[in-house]
Design a protein around this ligand. Structure first.
Ligand SMILES: [Zn+2]
Length: 325
C-alpha cells in the first residue's frame, strides 16, 4: 500500500513512486542470476532424488545419495556471489542521483549544491555484504554435506538460498537510504527542513515519525514510537528506520507552497494515528498493534469518535476488523 495519497501533493506522490520502482528494480536485478541458479538447483535436487529412489520420500543408497550431493554442491559452487555487491554499488549511485534530482526540483536551482556521496551506513553494509553472502552459502553447504533425507537436502538448499533474500533486502534498504541521504544532503546545504512521510501501513515505530519536520541540518528526534519500545535511542538522520522501511523525507518549506490550505505535517500525523487505531501496521504483530491502539486511546486523539470506538472494540475483542483500504 502506498502513502496516504489523498493528502500528499502530486509531486511527492510521484517522487515516492519513483523511489519504490527503483528499489524494486534494484532488488530484482541484483538477485536475478542467483535466483535463477537456485531454481535450477532445486529442480535438479527433485529430479535426481526421484530418479534414484522413486519418490521424494524414498531412501536412496549411500552411494546414490553421495553422488546427488556432489552434483548439487558443484552447482552451488558455480553461483557467483560477487555480482550482487558490485551491482548494488551502481544501484546506490542511481539512488543518490534520484534523491539529488528530486531535492533540487523541490528546492529549485542547483547553484553551489555539492553532489552527495555514499552514506557511511550504506558503505558499511555493502562492505559487509560479500562476507555475509559467503557465510550463508557456507552454512548451506555444510548442511548439505550432512543431509540424509530429501527434506534435509531442501533445508540445506534453503539455507544457501538466503543469499538471494539478503541481496533483495539489502538492495531495497540501500536504495532507500541512498535516496533519502541524498535528499537530506541537498536540503541541509540549502538550509531547508525535511518532512518525514511514512506509508500508511508502516510499522508502529515509523508512524510515530509521520509529519515530523526536522530543522535544517538537524536530525529527527530519538526514540519515537507508538509501539512498546523504540527501535533506537539515537537521533535519526533520515529513513529507513529499519530493513524494509519505505518511509521518505522531502524538503519542506511550509504548507503554503502548492498544497493549498492543507497543513501537511498535521495531516500526516492524523493519518498515522488513524493507521494505529485501525491496526494497519502490517509488519507489527497483532498483539503490539492492539497495545499501540490502546495506548493512543488512553493518551487521547482528535480522530472521529467512530474511529475511536471501533478501535476500542478492537482492543476489547483482540482483533482489528479492517483490512488495509
Ligand atoms: Zn519506515
Amino acid at each position: 500500500m502506498g502513502t496516504p495519497a489523498q493528502i500528499l501533493p502530486e509531486t511527492m506522490q510521484s517522487y515516492a513512486q519513483q523511489v519504490l520502482a527503483l528499489e524494486e528494480k534494484s532488488a530484482e536485478l541484483a538477485s536475478k542470476n542467483m535466483d535463477e541458479d537456485f531454481k535450477k538447483i532445486f529442480q535438479k535436487a527433485i529430479s535426481l532424488w526421484v530418479k534414484v529412489s522413486g519418490s521424494v520420500q524414498g531412501v536412496p543408497s549411500d552411494n546414490a545419495r553421495t553422488a546427488i550431493l556432489v552434483v548439487l554442491t558443484k552447482m552451488l559452487n558455480k553461483i557467483d556471489l560477487t555480482i550482487a555487491p558490485e551491482f548494488l554499488m551502481g544501484a546506490v549511485g542511481m539512488g543518490l542521483e534520484m534523491g539529488f534530482a528530486q531535492a533540487l526540483e523541490e528546492t529549485g536551482g542547483k547553484e553551489k549544491v555539492k553532489k552527495p556521496v555514499i552514506s557511511p551506513s550504506v558503505k558499511e553494509a555493502l562492505d559487509e555484504m560479500p562476507g555475509k553472502l559467503e557465510q550463508q552459502m557456507k552454512d548451506g553447504k555444510k548442511l548439505l554435506a550432512r543431509a540424509q533425507t530429501f527434506s534435509q537436502v531442501i533445508n540445506a538448499l534453503s539455507q544457501a538460498r538466503k543469499v538471494v533474500t539478503t541481496t533483495e533486502r539489502t538492495a531495497r534498504w540501500a536504495t532507500n537510504e541512498s535516496v533519502n541521504h541524498s535528499v537530506r544532503s541537498v536540503a541541509d546545504q540549502k538550509k531547508v527542513p525535511l518532512l518525514w512521510i511514512p506509508e500508511r501501513n508502516a510499522c508502529v515505530h515509523c508512524l510515530a515519525y509521520a509529519g515530523k519536520v526536522s530543522k535544517p541540518g538537524q536530525d529527527f528526534p530519538a526514540g519515537l514510537t507508538f509501539g512498546d519500545k523504540p527501535l533506537t535511542t539515537e537521533k535519526v538522520k533520515n529513513p529507513p528506520l529499519h530493513p524494509n522501511c519505505r518511509c521518505r523525507v522531502f524538503p519542506w518549506r511550509g504548507s503554503k507552497r502548492g498544497v493549498g490550505a492543507v497543513d501537511l505535517p498535521a495531516a500526516l500525523e492524523r493519518e498515522a494515528q488513524r493507521s494505529v487505531l485501525k491496526g494497519w501496521s502490517e509488519s507489527t504483530s497483532n498483539a503490539e498493534r492492539l497495545r499501540a491502539a490502546d495506548r493512543l486511546l488512553q493518551a487521547g486523539t482528535n480522530l472521529p469518535k467512530t474511529v475511536q470506538s471501533e478501535a476500542k472494540r478492537a482492543v476489547n475483542t483482540g482483533t482489528f476488523p479492517n483490512p488495509l483500504p
